[in-house]
Design a protein around this ligand. Structure first.
Ligand SMILES: NC(=O)c1ccc[n+]([C@@H]2O[C@H](COP(=O)([O-])OP(=O)(O)OC[C@H]3O[C@@H](n4cnc5c(N)ncnc54)[C@H](OP(=O)(O)O)[C@@H]3O)[C@@H](O)[C@H]2O)c1
Length: 425
Protein backbone atom coordinates (compact mmCIF):
# COMPACT_ATOMS: atom_id res chain seq x y z
CA UNK A 1 0.00 0.00 0.00
CA UNK A 2 2.81 2.35 0.94
CA UNK A 3 4.38 1.98 -2.50
CA UNK A 4 1.10 2.89 -4.18
CA UNK A 5 0.81 -0.38 -6.11
CA UNK A 6 -2.70 -1.28 -5.04
CA UNK A 7 -6.01 -0.38 -6.62
CA UNK A 8 -9.39 -0.21 -4.95
CA UNK A 9 -10.08 -1.30 -1.40
CA UNK A 10 -7.92 -3.52 0.78
CA UNK A 11 -9.56 -5.99 3.13
CA UNK A 12 -7.40 -7.20 5.98
CA UNK A 13 -8.43 -10.41 7.69
CA UNK A 14 -7.05 -11.74 10.95
CA UNK A 15 -5.74 -15.30 10.91
CA UNK A 16 -8.46 -17.69 12.14
CA UNK A 17 -6.73 -18.72 15.31
CA UNK A 18 -6.15 -15.20 16.57
CA UNK A 19 -9.67 -14.20 15.68
CA UNK A 20 -11.08 -17.10 17.63
CA UNK A 21 -9.05 -16.40 20.74
CA UNK A 22 -9.05 -12.66 20.36
CA UNK A 23 -5.35 -12.90 21.11
CA UNK A 24 -2.41 -12.34 18.83
CA UNK A 25 0.31 -14.06 20.77
CA UNK A 26 3.12 -15.44 18.70
CA UNK A 27 4.73 -17.67 21.30
CA UNK A 28 2.07 -20.30 21.94
CA UNK A 29 4.04 -22.47 24.36
CA UNK A 30 2.28 -23.02 27.64
CA UNK A 31 4.12 -22.05 30.81
CA UNK A 32 1.57 -22.41 33.61
CA UNK A 33 1.27 -25.64 35.56
CA UNK A 34 -1.84 -27.64 34.55
CA UNK A 35 -1.81 -29.46 37.89
CA UNK A 36 -1.77 -26.30 40.02
CA UNK A 37 -4.46 -23.74 40.70
CA UNK A 38 -4.26 -20.04 39.97
CA UNK A 39 -6.08 -17.72 42.32
CA UNK A 40 -7.68 -14.70 40.65
CA UNK A 41 -9.36 -11.72 42.29
CA UNK A 42 -11.54 -9.42 40.18
CA UNK A 43 -11.73 -12.21 37.60
CA UNK A 44 -15.35 -11.47 36.81
CA UNK A 45 -14.69 -7.88 35.84
CA UNK A 46 -14.18 -6.63 32.29
CA UNK A 47 -10.45 -7.30 32.03
CA UNK A 48 -10.70 -10.21 34.45
CA UNK A 49 -12.87 -12.24 32.10
CA UNK A 50 -10.24 -11.74 29.42
CA UNK A 51 -7.42 -12.75 31.70
CA UNK A 52 -9.19 -16.03 32.49
CA UNK A 53 -9.09 -16.98 28.82
CA UNK A 54 -5.48 -15.88 28.65
CA UNK A 55 -4.46 -17.98 31.68
CA UNK A 56 -6.17 -20.97 30.11
CA UNK A 57 -4.43 -20.30 26.84
CA UNK A 58 -1.03 -20.40 28.53
CA UNK A 59 -1.62 -23.62 30.39
CA UNK A 60 -3.80 -23.11 33.47
CA UNK A 61 -6.41 -25.85 33.88
CA UNK A 62 -7.59 -24.97 37.38
CA UNK A 63 -8.56 -21.46 38.30
CA UNK A 64 -10.01 -20.34 41.61
CA UNK A 65 -11.90 -17.09 41.69
CA UNK A 66 -12.75 -14.98 44.70
CA UNK A 67 -16.24 -13.56 44.40
CA UNK A 68 -17.21 -10.89 46.90
CA UNK A 69 -20.92 -11.32 46.15
CA UNK A 70 -22.35 -13.23 49.14
CA UNK A 71 -25.06 -14.70 46.93
CA UNK A 72 -22.56 -15.78 44.27
CA UNK A 73 -25.03 -15.74 41.39
CA UNK A 74 -22.24 -15.90 38.86
CA UNK A 75 -21.24 -19.48 38.20
CA UNK A 76 -18.97 -21.28 35.74
CA UNK A 77 -21.65 -21.15 33.03
CA UNK A 78 -21.95 -17.38 33.48
CA UNK A 79 -18.18 -17.00 33.13
CA UNK A 80 -18.14 -19.10 29.98
CA UNK A 81 -21.00 -17.14 28.46
CA UNK A 82 -19.26 -13.85 29.17
CA UNK A 83 -15.69 -14.68 28.23
CA UNK A 84 -13.67 -16.02 25.34
CA UNK A 85 -13.49 -19.36 27.13
CA UNK A 86 -16.57 -20.37 25.14
CA UNK A 87 -14.50 -20.22 21.94
CA UNK A 88 -11.64 -22.30 23.26
CA UNK A 89 -11.04 -26.03 22.94
CA UNK A 90 -9.20 -26.17 26.25
CA UNK A 91 -11.29 -27.13 29.27
CA UNK A 92 -10.63 -25.40 32.55
CA UNK A 93 -11.97 -26.10 36.03
CA UNK A 94 -13.26 -22.97 37.64
CA UNK A 95 -13.89 -22.86 41.37
CA UNK A 96 -15.69 -19.85 42.70
CA UNK A 97 -15.17 -19.12 46.39
CA UNK A 98 -17.12 -16.47 48.19
CA UNK A 99 -14.75 -13.95 49.71
CA UNK A 100 -13.84 -10.31 49.79
CA UNK A 101 -10.19 -9.62 49.11
CA UNK A 102 -10.18 -6.67 51.50
CA UNK A 103 -10.75 -9.08 54.39
CA UNK A 104 -7.63 -10.97 55.51
CA UNK A 105 -9.83 -13.70 57.03
CA UNK A 106 -11.60 -14.21 53.71
CA UNK A 107 -8.34 -14.35 51.81
CA UNK A 108 -6.83 -16.87 54.24
CA UNK A 109 -9.96 -19.01 54.13
CA UNK A 110 -10.09 -18.98 50.32
CA UNK A 111 -6.41 -19.92 50.09
CA UNK A 112 -6.99 -22.78 52.52
CA UNK A 113 -10.03 -23.95 50.57
CA UNK A 114 -8.17 -24.29 47.28
CA UNK A 115 -8.14 -27.93 46.30
CA UNK A 116 -4.76 -27.83 44.60
CA UNK A 117 -1.43 -26.18 45.33
CA UNK A 118 -1.57 -22.52 44.34
CA UNK A 119 1.23 -21.59 41.93
CA UNK A 120 0.06 -18.14 40.98
CA UNK A 121 -1.99 -15.22 42.24
CA UNK A 122 -3.47 -12.67 39.86
CA UNK A 123 -4.87 -9.69 41.73
CA UNK A 124 -7.28 -7.68 39.62
CA UNK A 125 -9.82 -6.51 42.17
CA UNK A 126 -10.13 -2.77 42.07
CA UNK A 127 -12.50 0.10 41.77
CA UNK A 128 -12.53 3.76 40.78
CA UNK A 129 -13.89 6.74 42.65
CA UNK A 130 -12.65 9.70 40.65
CA UNK A 131 -12.91 13.17 42.10
CA UNK A 132 -10.86 16.34 42.29
CA UNK A 133 -8.39 16.92 45.09
CA UNK A 134 -10.70 19.41 46.76
CA UNK A 135 -13.47 16.83 46.86
CA UNK A 136 -11.29 13.96 47.95
CA UNK A 137 -12.41 12.38 51.20
CA UNK A 138 -11.10 9.70 53.51
CA UNK A 139 -14.05 7.52 52.47
CA UNK A 140 -13.13 7.85 48.82
CA UNK A 141 -9.49 6.95 49.48
CA UNK A 142 -10.64 4.02 51.58
CA UNK A 143 -13.07 2.83 48.92
CA UNK A 144 -10.32 2.69 46.30
CA UNK A 145 -7.54 1.45 48.56
CA UNK A 146 -9.55 -1.38 50.10
CA UNK A 147 -9.83 -3.79 47.16
CA UNK A 148 -6.62 -2.78 45.43
CA UNK A 149 -3.96 -1.96 48.02
CA UNK A 150 -5.31 -3.68 51.13
CA UNK A 151 -6.41 -6.59 48.95
CA UNK A 152 -2.87 -6.95 47.57
CA UNK A 153 -1.40 -6.73 51.05
CA UNK A 154 -3.80 -9.42 52.33
CA UNK A 155 -2.88 -11.70 49.44
CA UNK A 156 0.79 -11.07 50.13
CA UNK A 157 0.47 -11.87 53.84
CA UNK A 158 -1.76 -14.89 53.38
CA UNK A 159 0.43 -16.45 50.71
CA UNK A 160 3.83 -16.08 52.35
CA UNK A 161 3.94 -19.80 53.12
CA UNK A 162 3.15 -20.79 49.53
CA UNK A 163 5.64 -21.61 46.84
CA UNK A 164 4.39 -19.32 44.08
CA UNK A 165 5.67 -18.87 40.55
CA UNK A 166 3.67 -15.72 39.92
CA UNK A 167 2.24 -12.91 42.04
CA UNK A 168 0.79 -10.50 39.49
CA UNK A 169 -0.96 -7.26 40.40
CA UNK A 170 -2.91 -5.12 37.98
CA UNK A 171 -1.50 -1.68 38.58
CA UNK A 172 -2.03 1.29 36.32
CA UNK A 173 -0.18 3.98 34.40
CA UNK A 174 -1.78 6.37 36.89
CA UNK A 175 0.74 5.25 39.47
CA UNK A 176 3.62 6.60 37.41
CA UNK A 177 2.03 9.22 35.16
CA UNK A 178 -0.88 10.32 37.34
CA UNK A 179 -4.30 11.06 35.97
CA UNK A 180 -6.73 13.87 36.50
CA UNK A 181 -9.16 13.13 39.32
CA UNK A 182 -7.48 9.86 40.23
CA UNK A 183 -5.20 10.72 43.11
CA UNK A 184 -6.73 7.95 45.24
CA UNK A 185 -6.44 5.39 42.44
CA UNK A 186 -2.91 6.55 41.55
CA UNK A 187 -1.80 6.13 45.15
CA UNK A 188 -3.42 2.71 45.49
CA UNK A 189 -1.74 1.62 42.25
CA UNK A 190 1.58 3.02 43.44
CA UNK A 191 1.19 0.87 46.53
CA UNK A 192 1.07 -2.18 44.26
CA UNK A 193 4.26 -1.05 42.51
CA UNK A 194 5.96 -0.68 45.88
CA UNK A 195 4.71 -4.04 47.06
CA UNK A 196 6.04 -5.67 43.89
CA UNK A 197 9.42 -4.12 44.51
CA UNK A 198 9.36 -5.10 48.19
CA UNK A 199 8.47 -8.70 47.38
CA UNK A 200 11.20 -8.91 44.74
CA UNK A 201 13.74 -7.61 47.20
CA UNK A 202 12.56 -10.25 49.64
CA UNK A 203 13.12 -12.99 47.07
CA UNK A 204 9.41 -13.50 46.35
CA UNK A 205 7.86 -13.48 42.90
CA UNK A 206 6.02 -10.26 42.08
CA UNK A 207 5.00 -8.29 39.07
CA UNK A 208 3.03 -5.05 38.80
CA UNK A 209 1.46 -4.54 35.40
CA UNK A 210 1.04 -0.79 34.88
CA UNK A 211 -1.67 -0.82 32.28
CA UNK A 212 -3.11 2.19 30.48
CA UNK A 213 -6.87 2.48 30.08
CA UNK A 214 -8.28 -0.39 28.06
CA UNK A 215 -10.64 0.70 25.33
CA UNK A 216 -13.18 -2.05 24.95
CA UNK A 217 -13.60 -3.75 28.34
CA UNK A 218 -13.37 -2.91 32.01
CA UNK A 219 -13.62 0.08 34.27
CA UNK A 220 -12.23 2.72 31.90
CA UNK A 221 -14.37 1.61 28.97
CA UNK A 222 -17.45 2.22 31.09
CA UNK A 223 -16.31 5.74 31.84
CA UNK A 224 -16.08 7.92 28.76
CA UNK A 225 -14.84 10.80 30.88
CA UNK A 226 -11.73 8.86 31.93
CA UNK A 227 -11.06 7.86 28.33
CA UNK A 228 -11.40 11.44 27.15
CA UNK A 229 -8.98 12.73 29.80
CA UNK A 230 -6.49 10.02 28.91
CA UNK A 231 -6.71 10.89 25.23
CA UNK A 232 -6.29 14.58 25.98
CA UNK A 233 -3.19 13.74 28.00
CA UNK A 234 -1.69 11.98 25.01
CA UNK A 235 -2.16 8.47 26.41
CA UNK A 236 -4.93 6.94 24.31
CA UNK A 237 -6.64 3.78 25.48
CA UNK A 238 -5.02 0.54 24.46
CA UNK A 239 -6.74 -2.57 23.17
CA UNK A 240 -7.30 -5.56 25.38
CA UNK A 241 -5.21 -7.61 22.95
CA UNK A 242 -2.25 -5.26 23.31
CA UNK A 243 -2.56 -5.37 27.09
CA UNK A 244 -2.67 -9.17 27.16
CA UNK A 245 0.19 -9.46 24.69
CA UNK A 246 2.34 -7.20 26.82
CA UNK A 247 1.42 -9.08 29.96
CA UNK A 248 2.29 -12.29 28.16
CA UNK A 249 5.61 -10.83 27.10
CA UNK A 250 6.37 -9.74 30.64
CA UNK A 251 5.52 -13.12 32.16
CA UNK A 252 7.58 -14.99 29.59
CA UNK A 253 10.52 -12.71 29.03
CA UNK A 254 10.95 -10.40 32.01
CA UNK A 255 11.67 -12.72 34.92
CA UNK A 256 13.89 -10.13 36.58
CA UNK A 257 11.58 -7.14 36.32
CA UNK A 258 8.99 -6.11 38.83
CA UNK A 259 6.86 -3.99 36.52
CA UNK A 260 6.03 -3.08 32.95
CA UNK A 261 4.30 0.09 31.82
CA UNK A 262 2.00 -0.68 28.93
CA UNK A 263 0.83 2.45 27.17
CA UNK A 264 0.85 4.25 23.86
CA UNK A 265 1.99 7.85 23.72
CA UNK A 266 0.29 10.00 21.18
CA UNK A 267 0.65 13.74 20.72
CA UNK A 268 1.71 14.19 24.29
CA UNK A 269 1.14 17.79 25.30
CA UNK A 270 4.27 17.62 27.41
CA UNK A 271 7.01 19.73 25.93
CA UNK A 272 10.66 19.82 26.68
CA UNK A 273 10.09 22.90 28.73
CA UNK A 274 7.15 21.76 30.75
CA UNK A 275 7.63 20.25 34.18
CA UNK A 276 5.56 17.24 33.20
CA UNK A 277 7.71 16.54 30.23
CA UNK A 278 10.85 16.77 32.30
CA UNK A 279 9.53 14.51 34.97
CA UNK A 280 7.90 11.98 32.69
CA UNK A 281 8.12 12.38 28.96
CA UNK A 282 11.80 12.85 28.81
CA UNK A 283 12.39 9.67 30.66
CA UNK A 284 9.61 7.59 29.29
CA UNK A 285 8.55 8.85 25.93
CA UNK A 286 11.80 9.80 24.34
CA UNK A 287 14.57 7.51 25.37
CA UNK A 288 16.77 8.70 22.53
CA UNK A 289 16.79 12.26 23.78
CA UNK A 290 17.48 10.96 27.24
CA UNK A 291 20.49 9.04 26.05
CA UNK A 292 21.77 12.01 24.10
CA UNK A 293 21.46 14.34 27.03
CA UNK A 294 23.14 11.99 29.43
CA UNK A 295 26.34 12.25 27.48
CA UNK A 296 26.05 9.85 24.59
CA UNK A 297 27.46 11.48 21.54
CA UNK A 298 24.99 12.09 18.77
CA UNK A 299 26.92 11.26 15.65
CA UNK A 300 25.87 11.74 12.05
CA UNK A 301 26.22 8.00 11.52
CA UNK A 302 23.82 7.22 14.39
CA UNK A 303 21.27 9.69 13.12
CA UNK A 304 21.58 8.41 9.55
CA UNK A 305 20.92 4.87 10.80
CA UNK A 306 17.96 6.04 12.81
CA UNK A 307 16.40 7.93 9.91
CA UNK A 308 17.09 5.10 7.46
CA UNK A 309 15.43 2.67 9.83
CA UNK A 310 12.34 4.87 9.90
CA UNK A 311 12.34 5.35 6.14
CA UNK A 312 12.62 1.57 5.62
CA UNK A 313 9.68 1.07 7.98
CA UNK A 314 7.61 3.65 6.10
CA UNK A 315 8.51 2.42 2.61
CA UNK A 316 8.44 -1.29 3.35
CA UNK A 317 11.97 -1.83 2.01
CA UNK A 318 15.52 -0.88 2.90
CA UNK A 319 16.90 -0.53 -0.59
CA UNK A 320 18.57 2.82 -0.87
CA UNK A 321 21.74 4.63 0.09
CA UNK A 322 22.03 7.40 2.68
CA UNK A 323 22.91 9.95 0.02
CA UNK A 324 20.04 9.11 -2.32
CA UNK A 325 17.11 11.53 -2.32
CA UNK A 326 14.24 10.21 -0.24
CA UNK A 327 12.00 10.69 -3.26
CA UNK A 328 13.81 7.80 -4.94
CA UNK A 329 12.82 5.44 -2.11
CA UNK A 330 9.21 5.65 -3.25
CA UNK A 331 7.88 7.75 -0.39
CA UNK A 332 4.34 8.96 -0.79
CA UNK A 333 2.64 11.91 0.82
CA UNK A 334 1.49 9.89 3.84
CA UNK A 335 4.93 8.54 4.60
CA UNK A 336 6.45 11.99 4.05
CA UNK A 337 4.05 13.43 6.62
CA UNK A 338 4.95 10.64 9.02
CA UNK A 339 8.65 11.18 8.48
CA UNK A 340 8.23 14.90 9.13
CA UNK A 341 6.45 14.15 12.41
CA UNK A 342 9.15 11.65 13.32
CA UNK A 343 11.95 14.17 12.73
CA UNK A 344 10.11 16.76 14.75
CA UNK A 345 9.37 14.37 17.58
CA UNK A 346 12.80 12.78 17.73
CA UNK A 347 15.12 15.63 16.80
CA UNK A 348 13.07 18.76 17.18
CA UNK A 349 13.56 19.86 13.56
CA UNK A 350 10.87 21.02 11.19
CA UNK A 351 11.47 19.85 7.62
CA UNK A 352 9.03 20.87 4.91
CA UNK A 353 7.21 18.19 2.95
CA UNK A 354 8.58 19.78 -0.21
CA UNK A 355 12.13 19.35 0.99
CA UNK A 356 11.48 15.75 2.02
CA UNK A 357 9.96 14.96 -1.35
CA UNK A 358 12.68 16.63 -3.43
CA UNK A 359 16.24 17.16 -2.24
CA UNK A 360 16.47 15.70 1.26
CA UNK A 361 18.57 12.59 1.83
CA UNK A 362 19.10 10.66 5.06
CA UNK A 363 22.63 12.00 5.06
CA UNK A 364 21.64 15.65 4.60
CA UNK A 365 18.99 15.38 7.29
CA UNK A 366 21.44 13.84 9.73
CA UNK A 367 24.11 16.45 8.95
CA UNK A 368 21.71 19.24 9.66
CA UNK A 369 20.41 17.64 12.84
CA UNK A 370 23.89 17.20 14.24
CA UNK A 371 25.73 20.20 12.83
CA UNK A 372 23.10 22.88 12.52
CA UNK A 373 20.53 24.40 10.25
CA UNK A 374 22.55 25.26 7.20
CA UNK A 375 20.67 23.11 4.75
CA UNK A 376 17.51 25.11 4.68
CA UNK A 377 15.27 23.53 7.20
CA UNK A 378 14.80 24.86 10.65
CA UNK A 379 14.69 24.02 14.25
CA UNK A 380 11.08 24.09 15.27
CA UNK A 381 9.47 27.48 14.97
CA UNK A 382 7.64 26.71 18.18
CA UNK A 383 9.99 29.21 19.79
CA UNK A 384 8.68 28.69 23.27
CA UNK A 385 9.98 25.15 23.19
CA UNK A 386 12.74 25.39 20.63
CA UNK A 387 15.82 23.45 21.56
CA UNK A 388 18.73 24.63 19.41
CA UNK A 389 21.49 22.09 19.26
CA UNK A 390 25.01 22.93 20.28
CA UNK A 391 28.15 20.86 20.46
CA UNK A 392 29.94 21.18 23.79
CA UNK A 393 33.70 21.05 24.49
CA UNK A 394 33.63 17.27 24.58
CA UNK A 395 31.92 17.08 21.21
CA UNK A 396 28.58 16.10 22.77
CA UNK A 397 25.41 17.57 21.39
CA UNK A 398 23.62 19.78 23.89
CA UNK A 399 20.11 21.07 23.63
CA UNK A 400 19.71 24.48 25.16
CA UNK A 401 16.59 24.93 27.14
CA UNK A 402 14.99 27.68 29.11
CA UNK A 403 15.20 27.24 32.84
CA UNK A 404 12.07 25.67 34.16
CA UNK A 405 9.61 26.39 36.88
CA UNK A 406 9.98 23.13 38.72
CA UNK A 407 13.64 22.42 38.25
CA UNK A 408 14.56 19.59 40.56
CA UNK A 409 17.53 17.37 41.35
CA UNK A 410 16.09 14.95 38.80
CA UNK A 411 17.32 17.27 36.12
CA UNK A 412 20.88 16.59 37.14
CA UNK A 413 20.43 13.31 35.36
CA UNK A 414 19.68 15.17 32.18
CA UNK A 415 22.97 16.99 32.19
CA UNK A 416 21.53 20.49 32.03
CA UNK A 417 23.58 22.98 33.91
CA UNK A 418 21.31 25.88 33.23
CA UNK A 419 18.25 24.63 35.10
CA UNK A 420 17.23 26.71 38.05
CA UNK A 421 14.13 27.93 39.73
CA UNK A 422 12.72 30.93 37.95
CA UNK A 423 11.15 33.73 39.83
CA UNK A 424 9.81 35.41 36.76
CA UNK A 425 7.42 32.64 35.68
N1 LIG B 1 -9.72 -1.47 32.56
C1 LIG B 1 -8.76 -0.60 32.57
O1 LIG B 1 -8.73 0.31 31.73
C2 LIG B 1 -7.65 -0.72 33.56
C3 LIG B 1 -6.48 0.03 33.35
C4 LIG B 1 -5.44 -0.10 34.25
C5 LIG B 1 -5.56 -0.95 35.31
N2 LIG B 1 -6.71 -1.64 35.50
C6 LIG B 1 -6.81 -2.52 36.66
O2 LIG B 1 -7.15 -3.80 36.21
C7 LIG B 1 -7.97 -4.44 37.17
C8 LIG B 1 -9.21 -4.99 36.51
O3 LIG B 1 -9.92 -3.88 35.99
P1 LIG B 1 -11.27 -4.04 35.16
O4 LIG B 1 -11.21 -3.04 34.10
O5 LIG B 1 -11.54 -5.44 34.83
O6 LIG B 1 -12.32 -3.51 36.27
P2 LIG B 1 -13.82 -3.91 36.51
O7 LIG B 1 -14.48 -4.35 35.26
O8 LIG B 1 -14.43 -2.78 37.25
O9 LIG B 1 -13.66 -5.13 37.47
C9 LIG B 1 -13.14 -4.97 38.76
C10 LIG B 1 -13.28 -6.25 39.48
O10 LIG B 1 -12.80 -6.05 40.80
C11 LIG B 1 -13.73 -6.66 41.69
N3 LIG B 1 -13.71 -6.03 43.01
C12 LIG B 1 -13.90 -4.75 43.31
N4 LIG B 1 -13.85 -4.59 44.64
C13 LIG B 1 -13.62 -5.84 45.17
C14 LIG B 1 -13.47 -6.35 46.48
N5 LIG B 1 -13.52 -5.55 47.55
N6 LIG B 1 -13.24 -7.67 46.65
C15 LIG B 1 -13.19 -8.50 45.60
N7 LIG B 1 -13.32 -8.06 44.32
C16 LIG B 1 -13.55 -6.76 44.13
C17 LIG B 1 -15.06 -6.45 41.03
O11 LIG B 1 -15.97 -7.35 41.60
P3 LIG B 1 -17.49 -7.40 41.19
O12 LIG B 1 -17.50 -8.16 39.91
O13 LIG B 1 -18.12 -8.11 42.32
O14 LIG B 1 -17.93 -5.98 41.05
C18 LIG B 1 -14.74 -6.73 39.58
O15 LIG B 1 -14.77 -8.11 39.33
C19 LIG B 1 -8.25 -3.40 38.25
O16 LIG B 1 -7.40 -3.62 39.34
C20 LIG B 1 -7.92 -2.10 37.59
O17 LIG B 1 -7.49 -1.14 38.51
C21 LIG B 1 -7.75 -1.56 34.64
Amino acid sequence: MISGQHEGKLVLELPDRDKRYNLAITDHRVFLDPEATYLVTGGMGGFGLNILAYLTRVGARHITLMDRDPNSVRDRAWIYRNSNLKYMDEEVDIDILQGDVQSLDDVQRCINECKRPIKGIFHLAGTLDDRSMTEMSAESVDKVFAPKALGAYNLHMASLHLSLDHFVMLSSTSSTLGNLGQVNYSAASAFLDGLASFRRNSGLPAFAFNMAAVAEVGMASRNTHVLRIMRANGIPPISCVLALNNLDYALRCMPDSDHLITALFNNVPWTFNSPDYMRLGYLISNQRFFEDSTGKQLSVATVVDHIMEKVAELCGHDEGAPDEPLSSYGMNSISVAELGAFLHGEYNVQVSALELMTTATCQSLAMTIVHGTESGFEQTTDTEFALPLEIDDKGHVQRNRKPSLFASPLEDHFGYDDCMLRDDL
